[in-house]
Unconditional design. Structure first.
Length: 556
């Protein structure tokens, strides 16, 4: 039965199997219940129609996206399609037809390569080089060539979809079997460690998926395709001296004549595997044009597989580089915190040895200040580094601001910065994550306090309600030197800090992520010697709440 896999969101890792009947996706669905608060109660529906599945948006708040495109009418679902509902990303795996097998586990034992030549004999009738550019660039002068161009267009779309290698091989095999008559088809891919070929995709036409027959293929033909990197069109091998052996049995007559196409999956002179199709010659015989088409598909498949591996390798290197960059950025900041803790601990130790409470009292604020820095650092790292599920409730923005001001007041007092608040009385309750918005406000406030001068420093925090725009706003300004014009576009980037080793560059990046999760916006205005102003806007109804949240009313 069709299956939905949750790749991202609150239900990440869950799998939903759907019977062949309409199923609703949403927070209050009986068939596919999702716990993501950004998903509507009845967000979307999938429905079987004449063997296909259709996806329909049910007038949800945040819309339904299929492969990154918002849908406004019923859209057909294909295997591997991605469905985005709010912050949840699902992958649709359609119900495979009988005789469809994919992956190393389910295809094991379905393909038998005849190494001795005693079970299956084949004769090459035609061959096409797997690296011939004319395979793809030939002009469509005939109806069959036009058909081939349509197939290549479908393949190009698959390559552009950026599917994982196994899913890509499945879709390529389906394209081949849809456009070329075949009783059986399979893809063998080379194992990177052992170098041995093993089946990855197997397709039967009109065969039961319960007891599939074992496919016998010629080792000689497969070896020939690997060595010469050319696609071959095969039939009886009795008269072909390249594949004849002594004491050869008349197995072709015993098994029945079959027409076979075997092509290499090749890129840059490296063979990654082979694609093999066959059918009974009693109802179809492959042509040279079909051989050229299959060979071209094999070449493009090889290029796509190789590109996928190169991308994976590059991403791995980039991940390692990112880890190194992260460690480099954080190590200086953490060292500063540890130095502050060590200094405070030394003062405490001296005070305890001398039994001088005044000295102990002077050391404790150093430790408390650096403990606050550790808490802020870990909060920002957790917010920025993982998929975060905000705890959405109806709450007052003023309360989050007041909590943030209380957290930052000691820092402002230590620097001698005046911290002023102007909180509007008419602000209504809005859907927000109270803890997250407190973190946003404290991160921006901390930056403003750091930017304000030690003499005459001033930071203002203001809130306001805009009924026409249906949003509330928080505005934090300072009278510091301002942000250089060439730095403004980078201030929300991770690890970009204007404080040198005094900052991590995570505070504003985490703030923007939280605000975006709430459907809001964060903007900045700055002028040299005139200070900086951060504008943070939250819509009143950006995220649909559960009924329990609505009945309890705003948080107090």
């Amino acid at each position: 039965m069709p299956t939905l896999f949750v790749l991202r969101g609150a239900d990440k890792g869950r799998t939903f199997e759907t019977p062949r009947e309409p199923a609703v996706l949403g927070r209050q669905s009986d068939q596919i219940p999702l716990t993501d608060n950004s998903v509507s109660r009845r967000h979307a529906e999938i429905r079987p129609i004449n063997g296909d599945w259709l996806l329909t948006d049910l007038e949800s708040s945040n819309g339904t996206y299929l492969n990154g495109v918002r849908i406004d009418q019923a859209a057909s679902l294909n295997d591997g399609d991605q469905i985005k509902l709010g912050g949840t990303l699902l992958v649709f795996a359609g119900e495979p037809p009988a005789g469809h097998f994919s992956g190393l586990t389910s295809t094991r034992g379905l393909v038998q390569v005849d190494r001795s030549g005693s079970m299956m004999d084949s004769s090459i009738l035609s061959a096409v080089p797997g690296n011939d550019d004319s395979l793809i660039l030939a002009a469509p002068e005939t109806a069959e060539a036009v058909h081939a161009w349509k197939v290549m267009y479908q393949l190009a779309e698959l390559i552009g979809a950026g599917l994982p290698a196994d899913q890509f091989l499945e879709r390529v095999t389906d394209v081949l079997t849809d456009h070329l008559v075949s009783d059986r088809a399979f893809v063998l891919m080379r194992d990177e460690e052992t170098g041995e070929l093993s089946p990855r995709v197997v397709r039967y036409r009109g065969k039961s998926a319960v007891q599939p027959e074992k496919i016998t293929a010629s080792q000689t033909i497969i070896h020939h395709v690997q060595e010469t990197k050319e696609g071959v069109l095969c039939a009886n091998a009795m008269a072909d001296h390249r594949f004849s052996e002594n004491n050869m049995e008349d197995s072709i007559h015993r098994l029945g004549l079959r027409s076979v196409i075997c092509v290499p999956v090749v890129a840059h002179e490296e063979v990654h595997g082979v694609i093999h199709l066959d059918c009974s010659m009693s109802h179809h015989t492959y042509t040279n044009e079909q051989l050229r088409l299959a060979t071209a598909i094999g070449r493009m498949t090889g290029m796509a597989i190789e590109n996928s591996r190169l991308i994976d390798s590059r991403m791995q290197h980039e991940r390692l580089a990112a880890v190194g960059e992260t460690v480099a950025h954080l190590s200086h900041f953490i060292r500063n915190i540890l130095q502050g803790l060590r200094g405070g601990a030394e003062v405490l130790e001296i005070g305890l040895k001398r039994e001088a409470l005044a000295t102990v009292a002077s050391g404790w604020p150093l430790i408390q200040h650096n403990l606050d820095r550790i808490y802020q650092l870990t909060s920002n790292m957790l917010t920025f580094s993982k998929e975060r599920q905000p705890a959405i409730t109806l709450g007052q923005l003023n309360r989050a601001v007041e909590d943030a001001v209380q957290l930052c007041q000691r820092c402002a007092d230590e620097k001698g910065v005046m911290l002023l608040t102007d909180l509007a009385d008419d602000i209504p309750a809005v859907p927000l994550d109270m803890e997250g918005m407190t973190q946003v406000a404290s991160n921006v406030l901390g930056n403003a306090i750091d930017a304000a001068p030690e003499t005459g420093g001033r930071v203002n925090v203001r809130t306001a309600y805009d009924p026409e725009a249906s949003q509330v706003g928080m505005f934090i300004s300072d009278n510091g030197p301002g942000i250089p014009a060439d730095e403004i576009e980078f201030i929300f980037d991770a690890f970009h800090s204007t404080k040198g080793h005094g900052g991590t560059g995570l505070g504003l990046a985490a703030a923007r992520k939280i605000v975006n999760e709430l459907g809001g916006e964060i903007e900045v205005e700055s002028a040299s010697e005139e200070g900086t102003v951060f504008h943070i806007y939250l819509p009143l109804d950006s995220i649909e709440l559960a009924d329990s949240d609505k009945t309890h009313g705003p948080a107090r």
